[in-house]
Write a protein that binds this ligand. Structure first.
Ligand code: ADP
Length: 447
């Protein structure tokens, strides 16, 4: 087992990883920018190293600074968390070249899955159904028009290197495709440094269903069931639940088994997520995330398995300690992502926390690095807390969620708490009848 792990991240996820390490008897090293000197992950870690000024490019994305911190503290392994370095193949490579263990997949898998065109081809070859679209990158408007003609409008132009819901443009007809194509390439280049784009059929009312997978380095792979992440704004997840209210037992078993089998077939290692759109009883693969996901928590709640702990164990080369039949699913879980943003305009709202009270009680979990008096810096992602609840049934879970949201106090800044309080009382949400466009529709109605 590792003696010391460096956590190359910040905020709630750094804390989440610290907690898993602590329970495994592993010492932790926090790294931080000058803006995060007083952050909770720094306070709780055994050691901490300042790796640069506030802008992420100079600190949390500063590879030499992170590797130096690992060297001077004598860390055995580096956990990249979520975002920042988590899906940078070059970072994973350099970590290993410098003699540390990268707690994550191989650089080759990160690279292959980071290019969504290659990812789709890889999983399609392994037998997964994918969203109809171009076979590879599309380089010219003429080619784009041809693909769209074949698959039918509306279509979506997507950046091969896209992530975080960015780099997507829809087109309803040839005219709008002509206009959107150049724009999409320009935006992809600006955001991701690469202008490769591909075309997909735009599904008009799908649900986003993803499967949590885990594989060891001995050829074993399992799944932890699905998560329904259809409540989205601007292609970004807002609320997630597990299991999905839209799947029956047969569909659940089908997609879980298919995802873990594919994970095994491609020789993957560590935790990962296979994302699908689900419409009219059909699943279509969209991408694989080669890292822990923000919403891994709800899979933990319904299985009782600590995914970060398993991730760390597997990185040591240990085999999975259980097989699929040992994973028991129990009850229902929902997560609300609470952002430091105005609940109606979504304008970021960094600043000092004045008054903080986290909800508690049976089946309530809050993953957050907030505390009273903490200054939320303006430099990073606006996610400040995840409220996760578990109940024996979906109904119990929703009642508990409502109660916990009422108790939650985050003073001093604007947060999206009121949005969550509102949306979970919507009849469509209560009925579980929503698709990926539902929240946008609701926001347009209540504005
Ligand atoms: P990212 O990596 O940026 O998160 P994804 O490919 O995972 O991008 O897609 C994010 C979200 O965008 C999906 O959950 C879904 O809401 C929407 N989306 C992606 N592809 C399609 C599609 N072909 N049709 C309709 N919506 C889509």
């Amino acid at each position: 087992m590792f003696e010391k792990v460096l956590i190359a991240n910040r905020g709630e996820i750094a804390l989440r990883i610290h907690r898993a390490c602590r329970e495994m008897g592993i010492h932790t090293v926090a790294v931080h920018s000058t803006a995060d000197a007083d952050a909770m992950h720094v306070r709780l870690a055994d050691e901490s190293v300042c790796i640069g000024p506030p802008p992420a490019k100079d600190s949390y994305l500063n590879i030499p600074a992170i590797l130096s911190a690992a060297a001077i503290t004598g860390a055995d392994a580096i956990h990249p968390g979520i975002g920042f370095m988590a899906e940078k193949a070059q970072f994973a490579e350099m970590v290993e070249e410098h003699g540390f263990v990268f707690i994550g997949p191989t650089p080759a898998h990160i690279r292959a899955m980071g290019d969504k065109v290659i990812a789709k081809k890889t999983v399609a070859d392994a037998g997964l159904p994918v969203v109809p679209g171009s076979d590879g990158p599309v380089g010219t408007v003429e080619q784009a028009l041809e693909v769209a003609h074949d698959i039918g409008y509306p279509v979506l132009i997507k950046a091969a290197a896209g992530s975080g819901g960015k780099g997507m443009k829809g087109a309803r007809n040839p005219q709008s495709l002509r206009e959107a194509f150049g724009l999409a390439r320009g935006e992809a280049r600006a955001a991701f440094g690469a202008d490769d784009v591909y075309i997909e059929k735009f599904l008009t009312r799908p649900r986003h269903i993803e499967v949590q997978v885990l594989a060891d380095t001995h050829g074993n792979a399992v799944h932890f069931g699905e998560r329904d992440c259809s409540v989205q704004r601007r292609h970004q997840k807002v609320v997630e639940e597990a299991p999905s209210p839209a799947l029956n037992a047969e569909e659940r078993d089908y997609i879980g088994t298919l995802a873990s089998r594919t994970t095994q077939r491609i020789g993957y290692r560590g935790v990962g997520t296979m994302e699908f759109l689900f419409e009219d009883g059909q699943f279509y693969f969209i991408e694989m995330n080669t890292r822990l996901q923000v919403e891994h928590t709800i899979s933990e709640m319904i299985t009782g398995i600590d995914l970060v702990r398993e991730q760390i164990r597997i990185a040591t080369g240990a085999p999975l300690g259980f097989d699929q039949s040992d994973i028991r699913f129990s009850g229902h879980s929902v997560e609300c992502r609470i952002n430091a943003e105005h609940p109606e305009t979504f304008v970021p709202s960094p600043g000092r926390i004045e008054g903080y009270h986290a909800p508690g009680g049976l089946g309530v979990r809050v993953d957050s690095a907030l505390y009273d008096g903490y200054l939320v810096p303006p430099n990073y992602d606006s996610l400040i807390a995840k409220l996760i609840v578990h109940g024996a049934t979906r109904n119990e879970c929703l009642m508990r969620l409502r109660r916990a949201l009422e108790e939650f106090v985050i003073g001093g800044i604007e947060t999206t708490l009121p949005l969550h309080q509102r949306l979970i009382q919507e009849q469509d949400f209560i009925n579980g009848s929503y698709d990926i466009h539902w929240l946008e529709g609701l926001l347009a109605r209540i504005r």
